[in-house]
Design a protein around this ligand. Structure first.
Ligand code: HEM
Length: 400
């Protein structure tokens, strides 16, 4: 009896162990990430479905268009149309308008005393997205409402599950007020992926740029003259990086989405041998020697045309489902950074905080404790510094 039981159970145990240990396969090289995210070759529906589980949070409700194979492409086209006014012949006017709005948003959220840096940058980012995509005057956006929505979106980002009905309707009430009834239904789903990645990129870029006078100057030039040409211009006879190169280097070292995942469905007999989930580890691939010497070091000059060609960045994904805003987002985020650098000029306001943790595993969302934007006059008096407020964050909003 025993040999028969053993003969059956040993292979089952071995297969079970294989099954558990192979559930997730992580890809850490540029080639392997490309292969995983290659252009759709199994049909749209299969590809979109493959990310429903891991990137479920891209959709705000289970029936979200971005996750629904039948409405996905129309949704993505709509998002593309919003950034279209910044391309081709309309480009210069579009960017000039956006810089004016980013300026208004930065002014709107500068503190009377001190403000938590992350609350500030999140508010300015959301305000700029709303003003840029929906033509809203920043003055019309109440800081409390903006804080309510940023809190809601942050919570959603953290727990990666759909909003509940009460939360969603409270957010939608504000969106209706801001963008109007016709455009409101799909607006939050467009705003969310933009907000989630752009505030993180802006925050880390600000930390790097603020520490280096050449980089500050490049952003100040760009703030004054927000053209694509200025964005790409290397400085001081090609010895100092362009704004574009700096943004690329921040995206390389700190991609806002560190992992892109795909769920795989296999017939049951293959499930034993194949992983059910595959992960493109963007952060590790970006720190490989494929991107040049000393990949752990911040060196925006690695993107100078004289340097050996590096592979394209993977921060916006790759293949058929890559980010629709990969051309627009770097320059739009650079504008936010430029405006903040312009206003937080060490004369009226200063940015104070400890050095940001730059290791590969570091989560950009956290690690900003003690970072503040402070009104300079407050530094001169002899009284103890005022208590740092959490900006306009509404303390009643808690993640559930
Ligand atoms: C720094 C800024 C941004 C980064 C790093 C970023 C990154 C990404 C990544 C990695 C993906 C692909 C996810 C996957 O393959 O599953 C993605 C998809 C997407 N992003 Fe972005 N994104 C940024 C800004 C934006 C902005 C500004 C918008 C809106 C205008 C946006 C809208 C989208 C949409 C709609 C998708 C889904 C595309 C599809 O399903 O075909 N993103 N983004």
């Amino acid at each position: 009896m025993f040999p028969i039981v053993a003969a059956f159970s040993v292979p089952i145990i071995i297969l079970g162990v294989c099954h558990v240990s192979q559930r997730t396969r992580i890809h850490t090289t540029v080639g392997a990430v490309h292969a995983l995210l290659e252009p759709r070759n199994t049909g749209d529906a299969a590809d979109i479905a493959s990310r429903i589980f891991p990137h479920g949070h891209l959709g705000l409700t289970p029936s979200s268009d971005v996750l629904n194979p039948s409405s996905h492409d129309t949704f993505v086209e709509e998002v593309g149309a919003l950034t279209a006014s910044f391309s081709s012949h309309k480009c210069t006017e579009g960017w000039k308008e956006l810089v004016g709005r980013a300026d208004g948003c930065t002014e709107r959220f500068l503190p009377r005393q001190d403000v938590d840096f992350i609350a500030f940058i999140q508010s300015v980012t959301l305000c700029t997205i709303l003003a840029g995509f929906y033509n809203i005057d920043p003055e019309f956006l109440s800081p409390l409402d903006i804080a309510f929505v940023t809190n809601g979106l942050n919570c959603h980002s953290d727990r990666a599950s759909p909003f509940n009905v009460t939360e969603l309707s409270a957010m939608m009430e504000r969106i209706y007020r801001w963008v109007g009834g016709e455009r409101a239904p799909g607006a939050l789903e467009i705003i969310f992926p933009a907000y989630e990645s752009m505030w993180r990129l802006a925050a880390v870029a600000l930390d790097y740029v603020n520490r280096d006078q050449h980089m500050r100057n490049a952003f100040l030039d760009f703030s004054e003259n927000p053209t694509e040409r200025q964005f790409r211009a290397f400085k001081i006879k090609d010895t100092k990086p362009s704004v574009e190169a700096i943004i690329k280097e921040v995206l390389r070292l700190h991609p806002p989405m560190r992992h892109i995942m795909r769920k795989r469905k296999h017939p049951w007999w293959k499930q034993i041998f194949y992983p059910s989930q595959e992960v493109a580890d963007i952060a590790s691939a970006h720190r490989s020697p494929a991107y040049g010497a000393q990949p752990e070091t911040f060196d925006a000059m690695r993107f100078h045309p004289s340097q050996p060609m590096t592979p394209s960045l993977l921060a916006f994904g790759h293949g058929g489902l890559e980010c629709i805003a990969k051309k627009w987002a770097p320059m739009a985020t650079a504008l936010i950074v430029a405006k903040v650098i312009d206003k937080v000029d060490d004369v009226r306001f200063i940015l104070a905080g400890n050095a940001f943790e730059t290791s590969v595993g570091h989560n950009i969302r956290t690690g900003w404790d003690g970072w503040v934007i402070r009104k300079k006059e407050k530094m001169n008096h002899t009284f103890p510094p005022p208590q740092v407020t959490r900006g306009h964050i509404n303390p009643n909003v808690k993640c559930q």
